[in-house]
Ligand binder design. Structure first.
Ligand code: 6PG
Length: 237
């Protein structure tokens, strides 16, 4: 059932990708400054995939106190640590390996062959962690976000576990670990990054009110969706 919250997705359209990426960097840094001012630290959840890469690269130069940043991941692919496609590896190469965030404050989801073992380990990591300050998410062409896929359990109920083991992802690799919808929703701010022609149908389904995974992630104050404006217009315009 869609709670009133699920109507709280605020769409922000950008004519060009650079402006969208700049807006994402500004939103993250504004949240970091506010969180550090109010609570002395910044708890940030990273998205995987390719869309966030240029945003992570821009963050290398951010004027901030990196010692107060704590990094978590919304999902991870169960693959050997040498695999290029690991979300933690992408974030590291693009950004985290280039800034002095204490390694003990970068909380990667354990990789390896078993989603259930990794999910349990990450649930233990998250147990002492309260509300996230900022959660960054992407959108898959089927409407998935993190590794919450259509036709699977998204863990929306309040008493859902913090992490879910996924064994049947429709995109490789089949085994993944995802934060549950309930855990992602324990975020003060949610920001979706949506770009690329392949997302057009998912955007249309989301805006038409279809029950896709992205739709149930609204955090504590609704979700902001940064989207390329061409994806809001009919194709071939
Ligand atoms: C993953 C991501 C996933 C991603 C979307 C969009 O591990 O695949 O966490 O949820 O955000 O699939 O991916 P792109 O940004 O590469 O289009």
């Amino acid at each position: 059932m869609n709670s009133p919250q699920s109507e709280q997705s605020r769409w922000h359209a950008f004519d060009d990708l650079q402006a969208l990426q700049d807006a994402a960097v500004d939103a993250i840094l504004d949240s970091a400054a506010r969180s550090i001012e109010e609570r002395g630290r910044f708890l940030l959840v990273l998205a995987g995939g390719e869309t966030p890469r240029p945003i992570y690269q821009r963050l290398r130069e951010a004027p901030t106190d990196w010692s107060l940043w704590h990094i978590y991941f919304g999902d991870e692919r169960c693959m050997p640590p040498t695999e290029e496609e690991l979300n933690a590896r992408m974030a590291g190469e693009a950004w985290l390996d280039h800034v002095p965030i204490p390694r003990a404050q970068i909380h990667e989801i354990p990789n390896g062959p078993r989603a259930d073992i990794a999910a349990e380990a990450y649930a233990n990591t998250l147990r002492p962690v309260g509300v996230f300050d900022f959660t960054l998410l992407g959108l898959g062409k089927d409407g998935h976000t993190a590794s919450l896929f259509p036709h699977n359990d998204w863990g929306v109920e309040q008493d859902s576990p913090d992490t879910l083991a996924v064994f049947n992802a429709p995109i490789r690799p089949p085994q993944r670990v995802s934060l549950s919808a309930a855990r992602l929703n324990r975020s003060r701010q949610i920001l979706f990054l949506v770009s690329g022609e392949s997302k057009r149908k998912a955007v249309a389904r989301w805006r038409a009110g279809e029950h896709i995974p992205a739709r149930v992630i609204v955090g504590e104050a609704g979700a902001d969706v940064l989207v390329e404006s061409r994806l809001l217009q009919p194709a071939n315009t």
